[in-house]
Every structure is written in C-alpha cells, then in structure tokens.
Write a protein of this length. Structure first.
Length: 70
C-alpha cells in the first residue's frame, strides 16, 4: 500500500474529501492528525498497561536511585 500527503486549499477541502471518500479503494485516515500512528499506538498501549496495573511507582525522593544517577 502506498501513502500520499496532500496540501489542499481550505475552500476546496470539503469537495476533495467527498471525492476521495467516493473511491472504494482509498482508505482515509484522520486528515487533521499530524501524529505518527505507531507513536499513537504506543501511547494507547501504555495507557492500557497503566489501567491494568502494569507499572512501577517511584517516590520523588528515590528517583535518582531508581535512575542510577547521583
């Protein structure tokens, strides 16, 4: 699959999206998203791990020891 980034004039954007969405072989991602999808997936995974209790808690006073810095 190939990926293309386009710059569309604001006054033509709605028309362009209507045209593109009418093509059954085109997959449109969030046009306003400027974030790397892999990065977003990692953040989502981290949030889920936190919800599941899969994290380490470190007190502020112990942070330097935890990181191994003096």
């Amino acid at each position: 699959m190939k990926q293309v980034t386009l710059n569309i004039p604001e006054n033509k954007f709605a028309f362009f999206m209507q045209l593109i969405n009418s093509l059954n072989f085109v997959q449109v991602t969030d046009p306003k998203s400027e974030y790397n999808p892999e990065f977003v997936d990692k953040i989502k995974q981290s949030r889920q791990e936190y919800k599941d209790g899969n994290f380490i808690s470190v007190e502020k006073e112990n942070l330097k020891d935890f990181l191994g810095i003096e």
